[in-house]
Design a protein around this ligand. Sequence first.
Ligand code: SF4
Length: 328
Amino acid sequence: MDTNGAYILRVEDLKKYFPLRRGLLGRGIAHVKAVDGISFAVRRGEILGWVGESGCGKSTLGRTVLQLERPTSGKVFFDGQDLTQLGGEQLRRLRTKMQIIFQNPYSSLNPRMPIGRALIEPMVVHGIARGKQAQERAIELLQLVGLNPYFINRFPSEFSGGQRQRIGIARALALNPSFIVCDEPISSLDVSIQAQIINLLQRLQQQLGLTYLFISHDLRMVQHISDRIGVMYLGKLVEIGPTEEMVHHALHPYTQALWEAVPIPDPEVEEKRQVAILEGDVPTAANPPSGCRFHTRCPYVMPVCREEEPALVELAPGHFAACHLHKR
Ligand code: SF4
């Protein structure tokens, strides 16, 4: 692992368990293992795509990395500092460098606050700018995300879904971050608007030298935007590698099944195509299957898969997978 600053973020054996409480006394009887021992690193200036079915724990991972949820255990190094050991003022100061763009920008905007104030407030709170300087910066941010600064005194309800997501992006940029978790940033938008927001995110990433953890269930979008892709299943990272490798030489049966399920844009080809549908429901993270968690749905399951959890191993340069079919 490079330690000379090439990696902005390094996550080590991260776990986030939520207690399941039942009964009048609300005693914890089990845990939902939303994130269960995940390690990876993000290079400065790259876009790391992060995919998996809904409920696999990918949003919890993003929130836990940013310490919006405190981890159950594990470490998260940001610019060399372990965030899990920080609290109070130290964490607050570092948080300005790490931001999040939410799936639903409307729920993260105060409906009674004009958007200009929503942009200025974090700058004032974090001591980045105030008064006229903050006002000018808010105007600059609106222009940066393609909104007319004339809108600065309007309320969130006066904007369309795509415009609100632009406001959400402007707010994430207000504190000059270097790392942004994009948590399903386009999934609540009309298809016609999605490409515009993706293009905006790409332009900003290049223009401002940003690093993204781009979480999505839309594989085509992730393929389009990412330098590398990580695949998560039931709280575990099962495969990670460069985008080209992950698309054309996926090694894990789950990744292969995800790609199989992506529709082909040509309706004629799509109609004739034989798709191997993933059998069965996603098991519960409160009681995950033994051994390989994918074994209840895997077409290649072997006896060892039920017994032994496969380790994530490097099978090609930078390409890791956790599957007993591919042992070194
Ligand atoms: Fe399938 Fe076994 Fe590989 Fe899991 S370890 S993905 S069950 S072959």
